[in-house]
Design a protein around this ligand. Structure first.
Ligand SMILES: [Zn+2]
Length: 757
């Protein structure tokens, strides 16, 4: 699935990356003794010499040769092939299966029934020069998984991206979607948010189309001439309400094993409330052109050569969706390298192997480097390398529909993971360009250090330096540029959802990082039949040098986490980051107070009625109660406690590190046992309001953004939803989690001070 790529990757790189001065690799390695650092540097250098672009190309050719969605013959074939590969590298590996609800389409109809007739094609044609695009018999038809079955005929309303702000705009235009079918364009939010918000406003059906302004001809030449979305290209994808809980809808919170207790289908909470289908712009154009009513606001107009109207009607649409709701078998492929000294401390690395169709970019461009890392570890093991900790490599199945493979595996092993997991490292798609780093801020220093040691294949700069320079180029202000130039590390982004890190980070509280290269290879083939070997090898990382860079980056990170004497978490950056989040939510409330007061004043003055064009329908915004003041003191105090503890820990750590041999003392093992629990401390047992599956107090996908992250989610969403009492309760809950982490850090600092008095 992956966060909405293209054309937003450039934007997200700008958000994720920030930077620092010209730090260069030194012999010192955080968490290693002087001696163990030397040995580690040698193993890492050997490791990075192994990944080969030719292998990556061969893996991609094989794994994307046929459609391989969940439950398809080639999905199983790929799982068995990956298993055999792991074994051939000398690794202990097995397939772990789960049985999950995964609907596949039986009937799909979209037709305009008035004022003229038009039947949508709902079919992506093969293109010349692209052999796999012709494998129609095995391709999953274009659809949105987990749409309920339905058969509706209703007037059509255009709702732009279909996010809550778009409906506020519609209300100002005096337009309701009650009883209507809405047509929304892709982008602007995760797709599952569109039918959810439409249903909340009373719509009876939802179409989602790819506008050429977003990822088609307005961006560049379309496939096969160029990389962008052709006229009949369709973005498949899940519309499950994963912001409530991801994974199998029938087994929330537990692994979907053979004998798991399953909910009846009618009780599954995460299916859509109305039927949904995705369509191409070829199919959307006649529908949009038939809509009348007021002109769409200027920023709502896309790249089609038509006048965009909002409706409702006179266009009437018939939408029919029916799926096969059977259980399908998932196949996660799991390889394990047992740790020599600390086998009960696990470093976990994953990427999914299932795709919507052939999926060369999504996910095979990330899966191939994972395999190449595993091959390299096999080589190192033969040369005598013995990792200190256990390393687990996972090729997940069923990520596309609902993070199924990773979620079910995490739920099935949650207790053990809670005790043993050190970190989870995720990748999904990979392309050309800049290293994107996002994740737990306790790993910010660590992943920056790794990035300083990886060479960019095009510029020969370190990938860290290139990311820093790109962050400077993208910075929005002189202040921001000053920070980027002066801070020791690039700020990493926070994780929302959209890939397999979610169950690790947000359900169990395992420090996680998501990595990938991108920003230079735009395109519009996401989740279509054209995301295949022919497209990837013409328009993306054609020489697979960024695939090699990804294997070197993630592989080095895993190697270093697995071998460090003391786990290399760093907490001062986390404390500073959370401190900024607290300032953000305080400002959010203040902005809301000011906006409410201003709006009420303008209503009193008659601004809206006096400035509205009397020839057009316009409704003034509703009056709202002024937001109260909230008591942020518990959060402020918790951040202070965390900052003090992080500083004390870091002082002790620096002293111990400079001691050269301190981390080799037997007491270091006890220190690791405390450190391993630090991210877990950030979880709240009762979870977030209305979605207890999500337990992390600092990071969650937004209830109304989907993939997009909400930091301090309980507090932030309480304010956004104007639920003041809940926001106040969530301030206390988040403060409790931060205080618990601070207490653990004080304990860890005391242990360090005993090691190096
Ligand atoms: Zn993916």
């Amino acid at each position: 699935m992956h966060t909405f790529r293209r054309p937003f990757i450039v934007l997200s790189a700008g958000l994720l990356l920030a930077a620092a001065p010209g730090a260069s690799p030194t012999d010192e390695l955080r968490g290693f003794t002087t001696e163990s650092a030397k040995a580690q540097r040698d193993w890492e250098a050997k490791f990075r010499a192994i990944p080969s672009p030719d292998s990556l190309r061969a893996y991609m050719r094989r794994l994307s040769a046929r459609p391989h969605h969940v439950g398809s013959p080639y999905d199983q074939d790929n799982a068995e092939w990956i298993l055999a590969k792991f074994k051939s590298f000398g690794l202990d590996a097995h397939v772990e299966t789960f049985d999950v609800l995964f609907p596949t389409p039986l009937e799909r109809v979209v037709e305009l029934v008035a004022p003229t007739r038009f039947v949508a094609k709902l079919q992506e044609p093969p293109v010349p020069g692209d052999p796999t695009s012709a494998q129609q018999r095995e391709q999953l038809p274009t659809y949105n998984a987990y749409s309920i079955d339905g058969d509706v005929t209703a007037p059509l309303v255009y709702v732009n991206y279909g996010v809550p702000a778009d409906y506020e705009r519609l209300e100002r235009l005096g337009i309701s979607v009650k009883g209507a079918i809405v047509i929304a364009r892709y982008f602007g939010s995760w797709r599952g948010i569109k039918p959810k918000v439409a249903a909340e406003h009373g719509a009876v059906g939802c179409l989602i189309y790819s506008d050429p302004g977003d990822d088609g001809y307005a961006q560049g030449n379309v496939y096969p001439q160029g990389p962008w979305r052709p006229r009949d290209g369709v973005q498949r994808g899940s519309v499950m309400e994963m912001e409530v809980y991801p994974g199998d809808p029938l087994t929330p919170g537990v692994g979907a094993t053979k004998d798991a207790k399953r909910l009846p289908l009618a009780e599954a909470r995460t299916l859509t409330k109305i039927p949904v289908l995705p369509i191409s712009y070829g199919d959307a154009q006649p529908l949009l052109a038939a809509i009348g009513g007021p002109m769409a606001p200027a920023v709502w107009r896309g790249g089609l050569g038509i006048t965009y109207h909002v409706g409702p009607g006179p266009a009437r649409v018939h939408l029919r969706v029916k799926s096969d709701w059977g259980l399908k078998t998932l196949r996660d492929v799991i390889a394990r390298i047992p740790g020599s000294t600390a086998p009960d401390e696990w470093v976990i690395r994953g990427n999914h192997h299932d795709a919507w169709v052939n999926g060369a970019e999504d996910p095979i461009s990330g899966q191939s480097p994972l395999l190449e890392e595993a091959r390299a570890y096999g080589e190192l093991l033969k040369q005598g390398w013995k990792p200190r900790r256990t390393i687990i490599y996972a090729a997940w199945d069923g990520e596309e529909p609902a993070l199924l493979g990773s979620t079910e595996w995490v739920e099935a092993h949650a207790d053990e993971l809670g005790k043993k997991a050190v970190a989870y490292l995720n990748t999904d798609s990979n392309g050309r360009g800049f290293l994107g780093m996002a994740g737990s801020h306790s790993l910010q220093r660590f992943i920056n250090d790794v990035a300083r040691d990886i060479e960019d294949p095009e510029t020969r700069l370190s990938v860290w330096k290139r990311a820093q320079l790109s962050a400077i180029a993208d910075a929005s202000s002189a202040d921001r540029r000053r920070e980027i130039r002066s801070e020791p590390d690039l700020r990493i982004g926070a994780l929302g959802s959209g890939s397999d890190f979610t169950p690790f980070l947000q359900h169990v509280g395992i420090a996680s990082v998501n990595l990938g290269y991108g920003g230079e290879d735009g395109g519009g083939i996401y989740h279509s039949i054209y995301d295949d070997f022919a497209w990837y090898t013409r328009f993306s990382d054609t020489s697979f040098v960024y695939g090699r860079a990804l294997a070197q980056t993630v592989g080095t990170a895993v190697l270093r986490l697995a071998d460090a004497d003391v786990l290399p978490y760093e907490f001062t950056a986390e404390a500073a980051t959370v401190g900024r989040y607290v300032k953000e939510v305080e400002k959010l409330l203040q902005d809301e107070q000011e906006a409410t007061a201003e709006r009420d004043r303008e209503l009193d003055e008659g601004v809206f009625s006096a400035t509205a064009d009397p020839w057009e329908r316009s409704v003034p915004p509703p009056r709202q109660d002024p937001p109260p003041h909230l008591d942020f003191a518990p959060l402020e105090n918790a951040v202070d406690a965390l900052t003090r503890a992080a500083d004390r820990y870091e002082k002790g750590f620096t002293r111990a590190q400079s001691g050269g041999t301190t981390f080799a003392q037997p007491g270091a093992a006890g220190l690791n046992a405390v450190l391993i629990q630090t991210e877990r401390a950030l979880t709240v047992a009762t979870g977030l309001p209305r979605r207890p599956w999500f337990r992390h107090a600092v990071y969650a996908p937004g209830f109304y953004t989907g993939y997009g992250v909400k930091t301090l989610p309980g507090v932030r969403e309480g304010i956004e939803q104007r639920n003041w009492r809940e926001a106040e309760g969530q301030i206390v809950a988040a403060a409790g989690a931060l205080t618990a982490q601070a207490a653990l850090l004080e304990r860890a600092a005391a242990q360090l001070e005993q090691l190096a008095p």
